[in-house]
Design a protein around this ligand. Sequence first.
Ligand SMILES: NC(=O)CC[C@H](N)C(=O)O
Length: 215
Amino acid sequence: MPGDRLVHREPAPDVPADAPRIGVLALQGDVLEHLRALRRCGAEAVEVRTAEQLAAVDGLVLPGGESTTIGKLLERFGLMPLLRERIVDGLPVFGTCAGMILLSDELDQDRAQPLVGGLAVRTRRNAYGRQVDSFDTALEVTGVEGGPLDVSFIRAPRVEAVLGTDVEVLAEVDGHAVVVRQGRLLAAAFHPEVTGDDRLHAAFVDTVRQVRRAP
Ligand SMILES: NC(=O)CC[C@H](N)C(=O)O
């Protein structure tokens, strides 16, 4: 199985029968922390590595990691067409960091790399510099109640341009969008899964519940 060596295994906890089933794309990147955050928010969280697994989820997280690697693995394992198709059909997807890059329709760079697309933004990779320039911050996010969200920017991207009229900017840093929503697609430039502040995951789980009720 692709990526098996990179993922820590732990038994999935018992979840209520009506819990939404949310996948975390588990080809490379920060998979385990997303699984845990989703479970803390009441979802049945499962790893997704195959077309069968992708077909069986109600929502999907594209984790942070290395967008070039994840994009190439999506192509190599034949998941790219199905993922694009499911997004067009309304699958809720939450992309974080590299996941936001992958969801973007365009990148602000000359070099081509495989993108999933669907989110009408132009994104710039590594917009805040290198690994050493990574930072934690507290960020006001529209729609997230209870004060600023604790998040971690790790070689983070940012949105350089919004290309579609249905893209809502939910948070900005220095005038650049870092959280955006377009219908059922949610994207954040940072890592919300490493701080224990699960409010963005909770919002995504809510979206998936609503879509399940009224597809
Ligand atoms: N933490 C991350 O996901 C970093 C993203 C990485 N810089 C990329 O371009 O894919």
